[in-house]
Design a protein around this ligand. Structure first.
Ligand SMILES: C[S@@+](CC[C@H](N)C(=O)[O-])C[C@H]1O[C@@H](n2cnc3c(N)ncnc32)[C@H](O)[C@@H]1O
Length: 244
């Protein structure tokens, strides 16, 4: 792996630290399961906890650099694309944590991933995914196009500190929110850029999308404390089932 790819993966890892309570939520969602598959496993943040408790925990990740990081920590993370994959086995649970579903930029990509998730589930097995809740944001009357870079965080990688700024472009009709990150070494030097295109989902769409993948929507929670989702909710936490 080139040093540039390694640095990009390390910056990604330093910035994407998850949401409070999400790892515990997924541990609870795995109660009674023997096997779990995580799609978009990243560097193994959630899978590490699942791997410690379950006989079988497998991850799938598109980024070779992030998958390599997870494997270096002893996790079984394969390189692959959740829109089309076949691992040749079935799991009690399939999880897509922390906005992984928003990385799927068209409805066909999303339905492709949901169908693959279904094929990898045992009968009655559960698919669980979470992302930020977009309903209230989408309902905002005034859509904006592009913002200026705005400082959002500071991270440290290999002893070097970087200030992180973010710029988003919102295309409301497409439900697209394209985020650009700029990482600037605080000691001076060249900045790095990373792009995170997202297509967010609205709760109204979920029954139809899941049905297209022959999955049954069981519940939509509004947070990891499992309150029922409403318009105030900050999280969208979806549980669906593969019919027997
Ligand atoms: C927000 S991160 C979540 C990482 C990890 N699940 C966690 O909770 O920390 C989304 C992950 O999905 C991966 N990803 C995006 N599109 C993918 C695809 N089509 N197939 C597999 N992985 C994908 C990204 O590379 C990234 O690691």
């Amino acid at each position: 792996m080139t040093p540039a790819l390694e640095l990009e993966a390390s910056l990604y890892r330093a910035l994407h630290r998850g949401r409070p309570g999400d790892v515990d939520f997924y541990r609870r969602a795995a109660t009674g399961a023997e096997s779990v598959l995580e799609l978009g496993a990243g560097w193994g943040r959630v899978l590490t906890a699942l791997d410690a408790e379950l006989p079988r925990a497998v991850g799938l990740e598109r980024s070779p650099a992030l998958a390599a990081m997870a494997r270096a920590d002893g996790l079984d993370v394969r390189e692959g694309d959740m829109r089309a994959f076949d691992l040749g086995e079935r799991f009690d649970r399939v999880f897509i944590p922390y906005g992984g579903v928003y990385c799927l930029l068209t409805e066909e990509d999303l339905v492709g991933a949901l169908r693959c998730a279904r094929r990898h589930l045992m009968p009655d097995g559960l698919l669980v995914f979470d992302a930020w809740s977009a309903d209230a944001f989408h309902a905002e009357a005034e859509a904006w196009d592009e913002q200026l870079f705005e400082a959002v965080d500071e991270v440290e990688v290999n002893g070097e500190r970087f200030s992180v700024s973010e710029r988003t472009r919102w295309r409301k009709p497409q439900q697209r929110l394209d985020v650009s990150y700029r990482f600037t070494p605080t000691a001076g030097g060249e900045s790095f850029h990373d792009e995170l295109p997202q297509r967010y989902l609205l709760t109204d769409e979920l029954p139809r999308l899941l049905e297209r993948a022959d999955l049954e929507l069981l519940v939509i929670h509004g947070g990891f404390d499992q309150h029922v989702h409403d318009e105030e909710s900050e999280q969208l936490v979806v549980t669906a089932q593969r019919p027997a």
